[in-house]
Every structure is written in structure tokens, then in C-alpha cells.
Write a new protein. Structure first.
Length: 349
């Protein structure tokens, strides 16, 4: 059996690492990895393949960054060329990026079965491109792998129950596997002697494309009790010319997955607009403040471990001092999601 895996953004590399590790256990499965090039610089891409021990991509499409329509169209064209050449038995796609929907569309149109990992997520905000990608991918896929019971329930409401499986979350697989491998060599040098800090990330257009939201968020960062360590993508950094902040905000270069996991595991709290980091914080029992107006990961809101604050400075400052946490509920599976996914694909094949 041949599986074509389409990935393009760093959260997908982390998810694919868990599944590719399982695939390599089966001598009768050949995986062809197609990297769209959605994240293309060294820290955002190549380093992930090296440190996560993912096989190097068989194809790198080098699409790069551009408007959504143009980017998706280029991916669709180039992925189709590859799968016409490789003739895979399944196409495996992850998450909710433009790489996700491009891979699913390319395969579905030429009758290659599609398996979608991390299906059933909904923020119910159709202004988010990710929401459109999720919904469309779920409805054109042949197999849907839901990370949580809530995701399964949402798939059932949309009439997709028959092709869905509650697999658990492959990102949970990865956090369990790689968190045991962390040591001091994974501490970013730029952290220096800082011991107590908050970890911040900002990348979503709802924040980066709204200068007022960005200013408010950085005002809160500047007044936080501890420094906010902020690995920042060059695009976001270039937008800070009009934003005032003080030395409490420590901007560092983007880091690889293991260094990010190290920063997370040793932080006091997380301030983020990332969906993946919300989950990873929950897995590692690190309180999270989500700089968005909604989340697709509603399970993380249980027990006060995650709060949705948008760009409201008052709420950000309030929850930076919050300490009344409930019990962490294990709703993301047993750490064997990848195995369940591959066994299901084999059975369907």
C-alpha cells in the first residue's frame, strides 16, 4: 500500500511525525511525503524534519507565502501532478491549512481516497480561513479521524458519523514522546539567565492584521509580572514598527519543536493565538491565555486551564494572576492515536 502524506506548516510536521513513525513499522506500507512549502524557512520547516526524525520529503513544492486563493491554487496544481505520477492508494492530510484543503481536493477530484487527521474541529467563525478549510476537507474526505468526543459529535451533526473514528489526538502522541527527550541543549540561547517567564506566540491574521489589537496585546505584555518570551516569525516582527513595548517583551527568533516544547514546559503561563499551543499547554498542565475571540479546542477550557480573552487588556491582566485551577481531564486519547489511524486505513484498504 502507498500513502501520500501532504504537509506544509509546522503543526502538521509535528502531527505527521507521530503517524510516520508508526508507518515505518509496517514493511508493506510505502509513504510518499509531499511538502507544499507553505512554511519554507529553515526554522519553520527543515529543522522540524531533522529533530523529529521525519523522513525527508520526497517532493518539496516550494509554494511559499501568498494570498489564500493563489497559494491554494498553486498547491492544488502541483499536488495533482505528484499524485498522478505516484498513484497512491490513500492521501493523508492534516489539520486546517491551505495545504490541507489543497491535498484533499487534488486527491478527491481524481478519485484517490482521502483520510483527514484532526477532523471535526469547529470554531463557528467562518471569517477564519481555517474554518472553511476544516469544513470542506471533512466533507470531501473518505475517512475522518476525530481527536476528541466533541469533534465526533460535531461530525455526527453534519451527517459524517459513518466515515468517522474517534482516534485521539496525534499531537498528544508527539508531546508524550518528545517531552521525555528534552534537556538543556533545547533551551534557546536567547533565553539567557531568565528563569521565570511567560511564553507568547502571535501569528493569526485577526491579530497581526489589526494594528489596534496588536498594540493592546503588546501593552499587556509590557505590564506582565514576568518577561514575555516571544518567538516571532519575521512577518509578524515586521508589523511591530507602529507598536510600542518595553524590555519586558523578549523577542527571539522562531525555534524548532523541541526548543518550543522546552520553553512551554518551563514557562509560568502561555499567551497565544495558536490552536496547537493551547492543546500542548493543556497536555503539560501549563495555564493558557488565548488571544482570540473563540477556540476550536473547547476541551482546554475545562478547569480554568485556558481562558479566551481576545485582545482585551483587562482580561489578559486578570488571568495572568488567576491561580484556581481544576483537575486536568484526559480527553485527547491514550497516546496511541497514530496507531489507530494506520490500522483503520489498512483495514479499509
Amino acid at each position: 500500500m502507498k500513502i501520500a502524506t501532504v504537509i506544509g506548516a509546522r503543526p502538521q510536521f509535528i502531527k505527521a511525525a507521530a503517524v510516520s513513525r508508526v508507518i515505518r513499522k509496517y514493511n508493506n506500507i510505502n509513504e510518499v511525503i509531499i511538502h507544499t512549502g507553505q512554511h519554507y524557512d529553515e526554522n519553520m520547516s527543515a529543522i522540524f524534519f531533522e529533530e523529529l526524525d521525519i523522513p525527508q520529503p520526497d517532493y518539496n513544492l516550494n509554494v511559499g507565502s501568498m494570498r489564500h486563493g493563489k497559494q491554494t491554487a498553486k498547491m492544488l496544481e502541483r499536488i495533482e501532478e505528484v499524485i498522478l505520477k505516484e498513484k497512491p492508494d490513500w492521501l493523508l492530510t492534516y489539520g486546517d491549512t491551505n495545504s490541507t484543503i489543497a491535498g484533499a481536493l487534488a486527491a478527491a477530484k481524481i478519485h484517490i481516497p482521502v483520510a483527514h487527521v484532526e477532523a471535526g474541529l469547529r470554531s463557528f467563525n467562518r471569517k477564519m480561513p481555517e474554518e472553511i478549510n476544516r469544513i470542506a476537507t471533512d466533507h470531501i474526505s473518505n475517512l475522518l479521524f476525530a481527536p476528541t468526543k466533541n469533534a465526533m459529535q460535531l461530525l455526527e451533526k453534519e451527517g459524517l458519523k459513518e466515515k468517522s473514528l474517534l482516534s485521539g489526538d496525534v499531537m498528544y502522541d508527539s508531546v508524550l514522546y518528545y517531552s521525555e527527550k528534552l534537556n538543556l541543549q533545547h533551551q534557546p540561547k536567547e533565553l539567557g539567565t531568565i528563569k521565570n517567564y511567560y511564553l507568547g506566540t502571535i501569528h493569526r491574521p485577526e491579530n497581526t492584521d489589526n494594528i489596534q489589537r496588536l498594540k493592546t496585546i503588546f501593552e499587556a505584555f509590557s505590564e506582565a509580572e514576568y518577561p514575555v518570551v516571544l518567538p516571532l516569525h519575521p512577518r509578524t516582527r515586521s508589523l511591530l514598527k507602529e507598536v510600542k513595548y518595553n524590555k519586558n517583551v523578549k523577542i527571539i527568533e522562531p525555534v524548532g519543536y523541541l526548543s518550543m516544547l522546552y520553553l512551554l514546559k518551563n514557562s509560568k503561563k502561555v499567551l497565544t493565538d495558536s490552536g496547537g499551543l493551547q492543546k500542548e499547554a493543556y497536555f503539560l498542565k501549563i495555564p493558557c491565555i488565548t488571544l482570540r475571540d473563540q477556540t476550536e479546542w473547547i476541551e482546554t477550557l475545562n478547569g480554568g486551564w485556558n481562558f479566551i480573552v481576545g485582545a482585551d487588556k483587562r482580561k489578559i491582566m486578570k488571568y495572568l494572576t488567576f491561580q484556581d485551577y481544576g483537575e486536568i481531564q484526559n480527553v485527547f486519547g491514550d497516546g496511541n492515536a497514530a496507531e489507530k489511524i494506520i490500522i483503520k486505513i489498512i483495514n479499509c484498504y
